[in-house]
Design a protein around this ligand. Structure first.
Ligand SMILES: [Zn+2]
Length: 190
């Protein structure tokens, strides 16, 4: 399973596994940026139908919103899919100081996402998890973001879980994704 929080859509990864259910690809990104792909409607084809999950993000999204999206979508996905390996496309260009991403996330968002993923992983027999450093074009934003992820590695505190608050922006994105994915029934109850 590949989880891609880099602000650019991973069109190459998607193309590789678009007709494949042995690799589930989940991506959040800004479609106004290169490569301008990753519509909600791009959900996979053939055997891979439903195993590509794209959630394009608006630019005014905040930390709590993205955490809500990841929690609500990835909890059922990971519980049903039970991945043997989780790979994180860990780009940090959604940081608010990034000159290309121009989003509003702080380094805390990446810590929260990391904590969430480590927590979800414990529910499916602790598969290996790999974080691959990708984008990040503000030196200061990158340093702060990577450090916040490392701090979670050093002291995961998985019992504390994440703040369970729903946000309206996050809920809208989740509702749209569920609606689009309902016919595939890979992770959405119908
Ligand atoms: Zn990027």
């Amino acid at each position: 399973m590949i989880i891609d929080w880099d602000i650019h859509h991973g069109n190459g990864i998607q193309d590789l596994f678009y007709r494949e259910k042995k690799v589930l690809y989940f991506s959040t990104h800004d479609m106004l940026l290169y490569p301008y792909t990753g519509n909600l409607e791009e959900t996979g084809k053939g055997w891979g139908a439903g195993y590509t999950i794209n959630i394009p993000l608006p630019r005014d999204l905040h930390d709590a919103d993205i955490l809500h999206v990841y929690r609500e979508v990835l909890t059922p996905v990971i519980q049903r899919y039970v991945p043997d390996l989780i790979m994180i496309v860990a780009g940090f260009d959604a940081h608010h100081e990034d000159p290309i991403g121009r989003m509003k996330l702080t380094e805390s968002a990446f810590a929260d996402l990391t904590r969430l993923l480590l927590h979800l992983r414990t529910a499916v027999n602790d598969p290996p998890i790999l974080f691959a450093l990708e984008g990040g074009y503000s030196d200061r934003g990158l340093v702060r973001s990577v450090r916040s992820v490392f701090k979670v590695f050093a002291s995961p505190d998985l019992s504390g879980k994440n703040v369970n608050s729903e946000t309206s922006a996050g809920a809208r994105l989740v509702a749209d994704a569920r609606q689009i994915h309902a016919p595939c029934r890979v992770w959405v109850d119908t």
